[in-house]
Design a protein. Structure first.
Length: 134
């Protein structure tokens, strides 16, 4: 009987370790470590700068984005007797995009961070860096 319960515990431990590994990978995919601290999608420019320091390169641009959505409107008299019809409405807005680059050294990969309106939206990994290791 003991053999079965220890096997069950080992299986449960394996499942727990697997789940923890997936959670850690998900956090890594949406962020980056600066020293021992993790920055993640949703962090502000200020938070990232205070944890990671100044980026090696920073570019800012403004993009105009258009969003289309369908809305219900009253139908014209000749189309229907008081029913609802749909139309497409467009709304344009300006989005501030900041692109930051961190060259973490020859032994580590370059990280490209993209912020939308001051919030971290994505972290991408490039090739090995070219700076002397930090």
């Amino acid at each position: 009987m003991r053999r079965h319960s220890s096997g069950w515990l080992l299986a449960l431990l394996g499942v727990c370790l697997g789940v923890c590994s997936l959670v850690a990978r998900a956090a890594w995919a949406d962020g980056m470590y600066c020293g021992s601290r993790l920055i993640s999608v949703g962090d502000t420019l200020y938070q990232v700068r205070s944890v990671c320091g100044e980026p090696d390169d920073a570019q800012r641009r403004v993009e105009t984005r258009t969003v289309r959505r369908r809305v219900r409107v009253p139908c014209a008299r000749h189309q229907s007797q008081g029913g609802q019809c749909e139309t497409t409405v467009e709304h344009s807005t300006d989005v501030v995009v900041d692109d930051w680059t961190y060259d973490l050294g020859r032994q580590r990969f370059i990280r490209y961070l993209t912020f939308l309106d001051g919030r971290l939206a994505s972290v991408q990994t490039g090739s090995y860096g070219s700076r002397d290791d930090r």
